[in-house]
Design a protein around this ligand. Structure first.
Ligand code: CS2
Length: 496
């Protein structure tokens, strides 16, 4: 079947019900945004909002999408002239939208200078990022730049050929400073609390190592808005592409699957121009923190809990996990009791409704969001998803049971062996270290927990001192080994 691109677009898409198309002339749209990390999430979220701005208002807000690692996305999108389809999967079936906002795709390692020049182009007003938690090269517990991170070590010596997003930002800002240009706004769109502030800290610390006057200029001129981003976007599979091809009648290597729900809350603090995202559904506010905390703790905290418990109970997707009443109850209790007690809900926000919506979103059978995908990079995710709530609950003497159960499930998962003795493909920068903690303490849950909770980069220095926390995690881990995760959860829920 024919593949979508500009030349074929008219013939392949016209007259198709269920498919919406770009409403603007793509050929006159100049790029205004460089995006680092053009994975599925960006294409279904920020690019989707920007597409809505282009559809309604036009403007120079085309996107240059960049990968900092592989050429995978470029190979998908370049032959399609940047066109790709969002497949929205809701309870009522599928809706398709062809998106035209991505004007060009670049791959950092293919030509770092070309990417730096692109970022330094005066037409570029924003450099946004979805590089995942580990892309910030920081110590998740303290937020400081990890200066022994191999990419950072490399980049400090080779600033004209960077590897990390952090060095790309600093090097491109340096070029703009030298040219006497206004800076672009770096816009973090990753699932980190105070993501803008985290980015600012690592950029500032990196810049200080490069040149003090550059660091001072960044401090004075550049703003780093915080954002809360939300849309469930599972990795696309070949089966998704084939099903789409059959249904839509054209081939698209770049399709992304998404749920109907989407939310974007942005701190309105830009040092250069920005698209009118507020006119297409985003919320531009003075302070993102309350929204961020709510989302990271309720959605992502539950997601990680369900991912570890679910994977270990043999469930492939989150919607499979939500078929099991004990897991639904576990999530409800986690949301209402442990997380709920720590939240400062924004005025006018219906949190009860939000929690119910979350459970419905998790249960969406069309999404096929794999537990294994969410389980990735737990060492980078746990601090903001579970450990912040835990610290607040310890301080307020609130309940910590399910938080401990979740941490125990993660610890069980990173042993890299499932309940049937099969290997688990644990993707995590700390995978080897975590596995070693298990090996060195085989059969001794207390030893395993002690070794893992002593990893300061994840747990900081305080949590190993919290006896109640360590004891509960150990008890759950023991129970997991004795009777499995599902039975443990059922027992726990039954006793509530
Ligand atoms: C998920 C998130 O993969 C994960 O860790 O928890 O990607 C989640 O789907 C999004 O944050 C939803 O907005």
């Amino acid at each position: 079947m024919k593949r979508i691109n500009e030349a074929e677009r008219e013939a392949l898409t016209s007259g198709k019900a269920n498919l919406s198309l770009p409403l603007y002339d793509r050929s006159i749209i100049a790029p205004g945004i460089v995006h680092l990390g053009i994975g599925a999430f960006h294409r279904a979220h920020q690019a989707w909002y920007t597409e809505a701005v282009l559809n309604q208002f036009g403007g120079s807000w085309g996107i240059v999408g960049c990968s900092l690692r592989s050429a995978g996305v470029k190979n998908q999108l370049a032959p399609q002239d940047g066109l790709y389809t969002i497949v929205e999967r809701g309870p009522e079936g599928e809706k398709y939208q062809l998106v035209g906002a991505v004007k060009k795709v670049m791959v950092g390692p293919e030509d770092p200078q070309a990417l730096l020049q692109q970022m330094a182009d005066p037409q570029i007003k924003i450099v946004s990022l979805t590089v995942t938690e580990k892309g910030y090269c920081h110590d998740p517990a303290t937020g400081d730049l990890n200066i022994s991170h191999p990419d950072i070590v490399h980049d400090l010596d080779n600033l004209s050929e960077p590897k990390s997003a952090i060095a790309y930002l600093v090097a491109a800002l340096q070029l703009r400073k030298e040219k006497g240009l206004q800076p672009f706004t770096p816009l973090s769109c990753d699932n980190l609390p105070n993501n803008g502030a985290v980015l600012q800290k690592v950029v500032q610390q990196f810049a200080e190592k490069v040149d003090a006057s550059l660091a001072a200029w960044i401090k004075a001129e550049v703003t780093f808005p915080n954002t809360m981003i939300d849309r469930i976007v599972p990795a696309t599979t070949e089966a998704d592409r084939e099903a789409f091809e059959r249904a839509a009648g054209y081939r698209d290597e770049g399709i992304v699957m998404a749920e109907p729900f989407s939310q974007w809350v942005i701190e309105d603090n830009f040092c250069n121009d920005r698209p009118q995202w507020e006119n297409v559904g985003a919320l531009l506010v003075d302070d993102v923190e309350k929204f961020e905390k709510l989302k990271l703790r309720l959605l992502n905290g539950s997601h990680s809990t369900l991912a570890y418990c679910g994977y270990l109970s043999g469930k492939e997707t989150v919607s499979d996990v939500m078929q099991e009443p004990a897991f639904v109850k576990l999530t409800t209790l986690l949301m209402d009791r442990e997380v709920g007690e720590t939240l400062d809900v924004p005025e006018g926000f219906d949190v009860q409704d939000y929690k119910q919506q979350l459970r419905d979103r998790f249960a969406n059978p069309g999404l096929r969001h794999r537990t294994w995908q969410i389980a990735m990079d737990g060492s980078q995710k746990l601090p903001q998803r579970l450990l912040g709530t835990l610290r607040d609950q310890l301080k307020g003497k609130g309940n910590i049971d399910i938080l401990c159960l979740a941490v125990a499930a993660w610890i069980r998962y990173v042993s890299a062996e499932d309940e049937k003795g099969q290997a688990i493909d644990v993707q995590d920068p700390f995978a080897e270290k975590l596995k070693a903690c298990h090996h060195e303490n085989k059969g001794n849950s207390a030893g395993i927990v002690k070794a893992i909770v002593s990893i300061k980069e994840i747990f900081d220095e305080d949590l190993i001192q919290e006896e109640k926390f360590v004891a509960k995690v150990t008890a759950f881990l023991d129970q997991f080994y004795q009777q499995g995760v599902l039975t443990t959860v059922k027992d726990y829920i039954g006793a509530q």
